[in-house]
Design a protein around this ligand. Structure first.
Ligand SMILES: *Cc1c(COP(=O)(O)O)cnc(C)c1O
Length: 388
């Protein structure tokens, strides 16, 4: 028996069920057009919704920071890894969310994982949406709190479960925009329930920052409820085109997490250049809200194009899921689109349920109407042709 047989067998099983995944290499900057396999392709899969990964101003600020501050930070935030560029970005994030304070983690994953495990422990209760991101799920597990999963965005189910745990300490946590379905949390109800039953509310705005609300401030702004959420989480890695995750809230929360969140305390901080890039992107978002408007217009247009092709699809966010179901059909449809020059991914288990595979289209503010119309036609052909 070879030591690696066990892994080989597991991989074979995944291949047999069309669940095996491999890497696709991109030979260019992340933008609405990329180079892959020696050709130019229209990017329909990126979370870089505002097309800022290669914006000249972002690159210049990062390059300048590299010259003044160098590459690595030499240690964790509590030792050598806090520069004026880290704290400058954190002040800007606090202002962006209208909060007393903010803190940056190395990734969005590290933020959710570290924060939830730091805030909740044995004897506490965490109410978590069934479709929350993996980093929330893992943070819940790591916390040792009692985790109660409620039906996806089902506020009656949430309230029933919150009432069952009335008097307990803990947290209600949800994605603001759900990362695969692209739908939006029912924030007014979630906040009311959290306040009624005495739980903290925590919203993950990874896919809402730069996307929702007239100025891209996220889920609260979408609902006209600025300041309503106890713990705001977001990333620098999606619409803002850089890397990192962040938390914004009262100063006492940030002070506490700086001392207790293990993914923050025990990890070398991000490069100052990444902080400079993210700060530049945040400045561009504030100065050019028309980027958000263009993205929102693209979302409406793309959904209308898909509907004109007979697909019953609606989304209010940059994530437009096209349901396929069968894993092989979804993989074949994605392959066909890749051959036609559209970079798009089939999303399969474990990211979505088995038998519920989708094509996940993600839009950018820079896509043109013509590009999106062509993409909608190609998607309709690929989905209908994929053995359906
Ligand atoms: C991507 C994502 C994260 C993780 O953020 P990274 O910066 O990629 O680590 C967390 N939550 C949600 C909902 C996400 O989609």
């Amino acid at each position: 028996m070879n030591k690696w047989d066990r892994l080989e067998q597991e991989l074979q099983a995944r291949k047999a069920h069309n669940l095996h995944r491999t890497l696709r290499v991109i030979d260019s900057a992340q933008s609405r057009w990329v180079r892959h396999g020696g050709r130019r392709m229209l990017m329909l899969a990126s979370n870089a919704y505002l097309d800022l990964c290669s914006d000249a101003r972002v690159l210049e600020r990062a390059a300048q920071a590299l010259r003044t501050h160098g590459m690595g930070s030499g240690g964790s935030r509590l030792t050598t890894g806090t520069t004026d560029l880290h704290t400058g970005l954190e002040h800007a994030l606090a202002r962006f969310k209208g909060r007393e304070a903010a803190m940056v983690f190395n990734t969005g994953f590290a933020a959710n994982y570290g924060v939830i495990a730091a805030l909740c422990g044995e004897g506490d209760v965490i109410l978590s949406d069934a479709l929350n991101h993996a980093s929330i799920i893992d943070g819940c597990r790591q916390s040792k709190a009692r985790v109660v999963v409620y039906a996806h965005n089902d506020m009656a189910d949430l309230e029933r479960k919150a009432a069952e745990h009335r008097g307990a300490r803990g947290l209600i946590v949800s994605d603001g925009v759900f990362s695969m379905d692209g739908d939006i949390v029912n924030l007014p109800e979630l906040v009311r329930i959290a306040d009624t039953y005495g739980f903290w509310s925590m919203i993950d705005d990874a896919h809402a920052t730069g996307v929702l609300g007239p100025t891209g401030r996220g889920t609260e702004e979408h609902w006209g409820m600025q300041g309503a959420v106890d713990i705001c989480m977001g990333t620098l890695s999606k619409a803002l085109g850089a890397e990192g995750g962040w938390i914004a809230g009262p100063a006492v929360l940030v002070d506490y997490l700086q001392n207790t969140a293990r993914s923050y305390v025990f990890s070398t901080s991000l490069s100052p250049a990444v902080m400079a890039a993210a700060h530049a992107a945040l400045d561009i978002l504030a100065a050019e809200p028309e980027r958000v408007a263009r993205l929102q217009e693209n979302i409406r247009w793309f959904c209308a194009c898909l509907q004109a092709q007979g697909l019953r699809i609606a989304s209010q966010t940059a994530i437009v899921p096209i349901p396929v179901g069968d894993e092989k059909r979804a993989a074949d449809a994605a392959e066909q689109l890749m051959r036609e020059g559209y970079f798009i991914n089939a999303i399969r288990w474990p990211t979505v349920k088995k038998g519920a595979a989708i094509l996940r289209a993600a839009l950018m503010s820079s896509h043109t109407r013509e590009e999106l119309e062509g993409a909608a036609r190609a998607i309709a052909r690929a989905v209908s042709g994929a053995g359906g």
